[in-house]
Write a protein that binds this ligand. Structure first.
Ligand code: ATR
Length: 308
């Protein structure tokens, strides 16, 4: 019986410069009782709140795949060396979360078009020849989830926020043919994003609700409404909306944000943040573990369980 592989890999990554890669590999193998399964994981700093291990390990159990998805805590200064070590340890790839998405973009030797447009990568696939393929699946996962909810992707969209998530979602929606505008509290950030994504419009944060009459899809990518964060007067904002507006929030704690609650009360179509998380994860799972996992109710229930 081996020791806990999550604890062993965390220890290996924490003392990378004091242990030889071959001895680290032996230790990791022993933690699995002598045979390494297929390995992937999530790299971030810190990682306490990541739902990805519950999601991927749930799928691995469901499909009886001999694999394991581990938490891979890596500090920013150790990112590059850590990725090399994970390649050496036999990992097939990793998801990348805050604060490493730009570094993941830099370390990739090949990139998808969408990752190039975003300037960041959240999924790395390690090739046998040492190549590192970088993809940005947040935006495409978001669009897949909208499609699953019956939301048309070629209309007019208004995105609130100008952070990394907004960038990925704008790039993906624009690629699908949406006419996209953003509104962000800090004008400088909004302008920087519209300069990066050719064709992206910008409306002022102070009067974004007045644009709702001409919009098919509203997406919140800001932290407004997230547990413990500030909120917004969505009720009066949505009074300007058309009856056929679709409203999506990428926040999933709480699952029904006050934005989604107000939208539901008005009878608007709503899309919560869990579906995007599931859809973006499918891409990596398919590549690393060779199976297209289901984004069904059982998957949602398992994630909700992990969320407590
Ligand atoms: P991510 O990369 O995950 O999208 P981020 O870069 O921290 O996260 O972006 C958070 C977004 O929430 C930003 O657009 C931020 O607006 P600013 O660029 O003006 O900071 C937005 N945000 C956070 N708190 C906000 C608030 N109280 N009111 C309006 N927008 C807020």
């Amino acid at each position: 019986m081996g020791s806990d592989p999550d604890a062993v890999i965390a220890d290996i990554l924490a003392q990378m410069d004091r242990e030889r890669p071959d001895s680290a590999r032996l230790r990791l193998t022993e933690s699995f009782g002598g045979t390494l399964p297929r390995l992937a994981g999530v790299v971030g700093w810190p990682l306490d709140h990541s739902l990805s291990p519950a999601l991927h390990n749930g799928w691995l159990r469901r499909y009886h795949i001999s694999g394991r998805y581990l938490k891979l805590p890596l500090s920013p200064e150790n990112f590059k060396a850590g990725i090399k070590l994970l390649q050496h340890l036999g990992f097939r790839g990793v998801n990348v979360t805050i604060p490493h998405k730009e570094d993941a973009f830099q370390i990739a030797t090949r990139l998808t078009e969408i990752a190039r447009r975003c300037g960041s990568a959240n999924t790395l696939v390690f090739g046998d020849d040492g190549e590192i393929f970088g993809d940005s699946t947040d935006g495409t996962g978001f669009c897949e989830n909208l499609r699953a909810h019956g939301v048309a992707l070629h209309g007019r969209a208004l995105i609130l926020g100008a952070g990394g998530a907004a960038r990925a979602i704008c790039a993906a929606l624009m690629e699908k043919g949406s006419d996209v505008s953003i509104a962000n509290r800090s004008v400088t950030r909004a302008k920087a994003l519209s300069a990066q994504l050719h064709g992206l419009r910008h409306v002022s944060w102070d009067d974004w609700p007045s644009h709702l009459g001409a919009v098919d899809l509203l997406v919140n990518t800001t932290s407004l409404g997230m547990q413990g964060a500030a909120d917004y007067d969505w009720e009066s904002a949505l009074s300007k909306a058309r009856d056929d507006l679709s409203v999506a929030d990428i926040v999933y704690v709480p699952l029904e944000t006050s934005l989604l609650r107000q939208a539901r009360r008005r009878g608007l179509r709503t899309v919560d943040g869990l579906g995007m998380l599931i859809e973006q994860a499918r891409v990596g799972f398919r590549t690393w573990f060779g199976k297209d996992p289901q984004a069904d109710d059982a998957t949602r229930r398992a994630l909700l369980g992990a969320l407590g």
